[in-house]
Design a protein. Sequence first.
Length: 174
Amino acid sequence: MSATVPGTSGPTGPVTLRPWPVAAARRLVEGVAPAPADAAGWHPDYPLPETVDVLAMLLAAHAAMGTLAGLPRWWVHEIRVDGAVVGDVGFHGPPAAEGPAVVEIGYAVVPPLRRRGVASRAVAQLLDVAWADGADQVLAGTDDDDVASQGVLRRTGFRRRLAGDWAVRRPVAP
């Protein structure tokens, strides 16, 4: 079954998230060809160039913190549409040890599936993960001319701050 998202150019199937396997992330960052199981179902345009950069950043950060023994919290997820990996969405790292739990996110979708609501649905699901894991606030950044990404953030509850970035706070329970 396909769903049409208002304000998008067409239907896509169900959007689901799956944490990137740490071993597969290491192989990709090291330039090793992905194992068939790692690349099973990847869209022909995936992984995106920024995917490798994000995985490298997260692997280094979590290695420095000693949190790579298992699947770390505050990690990156594959975005899947009808089982195919079409992008990624995730946290730039964990919140600070002190004070409110504030995390930053990023996301990317393969060009053929942009403007179809995929990123909006993936970000909404990642926000659910953030709230469940104790985040108080989630931040995101966009380029000033990236109207599409700003639309994703608006649709998922983010508001632009004076600093130029975007933020959404944990919903208050009724």
